[in-house]
Design a binder for this molecule. Structure first.
Ligand SMILES: NC(=O)c1ccc[n+]([C@@H]2O[C@H](COP(=O)([O-])OP(=O)(O)OC[C@H]3O[C@@H](n4cnc5c(N)ncnc54)[C@H](O)[C@@H]3O)[C@@H](O)[C@H]2O)c1
Length: 458
């Protein structure tokens, strides 16, 4: 049975986690494991009903299926859609409700605003509110603080405590990451920071890194995500250079990375997901920006590299299709199969997937784009705007693109596609000899136009 740790602060007895999604439910379990009474709040009644019945709706973390029922039956973990009641009963509120971007790449705070208003309307004096959602710099200290104060009629720093701590874990390895990655913390004042550190010391084993402000703590997470986007863009630029100069980018990056200061990521046909292609926009389109520089200066001089990286990474789909055309010629009325619509291998998620950019690049040329993804049903693929490959279309496929590397594609039977001339391995994950044994050319972005060095393509 879990027990409260010796470092438990005297004021801490119960915790609300607002947003019981892929990250919120594991966090609720992590806190309940330490002996605290945890109430999970979610606006989705199905999520709450399943947890209430002692079931985990999150499949990515294997231990949840056994831990959730144990903690529910022990009375340490419960769930509710009644956020008002929950907030009135707890000492700490951890908010992990998404913030995303809209089709114009503008920050969309609709969900977290709704959650914040509900929290504020029921906030009790002395409560500590911690936001963990990735946010544009300034969101906690200006926007969310104001919302909480308006809805609660309480004063942050005087009547309640407020802090930001970015959630740095990855879905699928959350409990490992919670132990391994230091917890970055920034409060709106010293007491908020101190209480937040005390809270995390009592529920996590990781090192804690205090920052000077919520703004700095928010900036940390944006730096991490944007670094990866820029790094991948550099790898993609190297891939294009390698193609132009008849070099193998994968071999050369691997050799370069043996030097301890080089950490170049892997090139590919694009960057997808909720984080890497999204959070750079939190820097460019920040509604809470209080920069002291003039807007003209800011537009011209700041963040040029991340902006360019976004452009480079989104342009890789177009580049990949050009590589295909080098092999099969114009794609007008030709059928192409995309393997994988998910944004990364072995996940059933499609946020900002490169499959969309590839599909657009193909249809712009008048090609017919079919998809395969065993993690989605035919109906789901249709709803997502794709055409699943019908069995009678196999003989029309002239090219295949591996867009995301589900492990099942290691066993994919390429011999079914009798007319297929080329496979573009967009994630450098397939076995070249398997593809070539099926009578097809194997190419990747950055392989140095393999055809030039080896046999000529017909
Ligand atoms: N998914 C990841 O890998 C990951 C990694 C690190 C950090 N994060 C951060 O965590 C945030 C949440 O990610 P997630 O993957 O858990 O999202 P998710 O979509 O799996 O879960 C979000 C949950 O919030 C609930 N919700 C929405 N509005 C609500 C409201 N007003 N009141 C109560 N509940 C509400 C939804 O019903 C849903 O269950 C992200 O926006 C990101 O900032 C995510």
């Amino acid at each position: 049975m879990p027990t409260t740790t010796s470092s438990a602060p005297a004021w801490l007895h119960s915790i609300a986690v607002v947003g019981l999604g892929k990250i919120g439910l594991p966090l609720a379990v992590q806190y309940a494991r330490h002996g605290y009474k945890v109430i999970g709040c979610d606006s989705n009644s199905q999520v709450v009903e399943r947890l209430y019945a002692g079931e985990s709706h999150i499949q990515e973390e294997p231990s949840l299926s056994s831990e959730v029922p144990q903690l529910v039956y022990a009375g340490l973990l419960s769930a509710t859609t009644n956020i008002a009641k929950a907030i009135r009963e707890v000492d700490v509120v951890v908010v992990i409700v998404p913030v995303g971007i809209d089709s114009e790449h503008q920050v969309d705070t609709t969900q977290i605003d709704a959650a914040t208003s509900a929290i504020g309307a029921n906030l009790q004096p002395g409560t500590l509110v911690i936001y963990e959602t990735t946010l544009p710099v300034g969101t906690t200290a200006r926007h969310l603080r104001t919302l909480l104060e308006q809805t609660s009629q309480l004063q942050a720093g005087t009547d309640f405590y407020l802090a930001y701590s970015p959630e740095r874990v990855s879905s699928g390895t959350i409990f490992h990451d919670l132990r391994a990655y230091p917890k970055v913390v920034g409060g709106i004042d010293v007491e908020s920071t101190t209480r937040t550190i005390a809270f995390y010391r009592s529920v996590l084993d990781a090192e804690i890194i205090p920052m000077a402000s919520t703004d700095e703590a928010e900036f940390v997470k944006l730096i991490e995500a944007t670094y990866r986007d820029v790094n991948i863009a550099l790898a993609n630029e190297y891939a294009c250079y390698a193609d132009a100069h008849n070099l193998d980018v994968y071999a050369t990056i691997a050799a370069a990375n043996t030097q301890p200061y080089a950490h170049i990521h892997t090139p590919g046909v694009g960057v997808g997901g909720h984080c890497i292609p999204v959070y750079p926009y939190f820097l460019f389109s920040n509604p809470y920006d209080h920069s002291q520089l003039s807007q003209a200066y800011t537009d011209q001089h700041t963040l040029a590299l991340p902006r360019q990286a976004r452009h480079i990474n989104d342009a890789m789909a177009e580049y990949a299709i050009q590589r295909l055309e080098d092999v099969v010629g114009p794609l007008l009325q030709q059928s192409v199969l995309l393997l994988g619509v998910a944004y990364r291998g072995n996940v059933r998620e499609t946020a900002f997937t490169s499959a969309k950019l590839l599909q657009t690049a193909l249809t712009r040329r008048g090609a017919i784009c079919y998809v395969d993804d065993a993690l989605f049903s035919m109906d789901e693929l249709c709803t997502l705007g794709y055409t699943a490959l019908p069995p009678n279309a196999e003989n029309k496929i002239v090219a295949i693109i591996l867009q995301c590397h589900h492990s099942i594609y290691q066993q994919f039977d390429f011999t079914r596609f009798k007319q297929c001339k080329v496979v573009l391995d967009g994630r450098h994950a397939l076995c070249r000899t398997t593809v070539e044994a099926a009578g097809m050319h194997y190419i990747t972005v950055g392989d140095g136009h393999y055809k030039v060095k080896h046999e000529p393509f017909e």
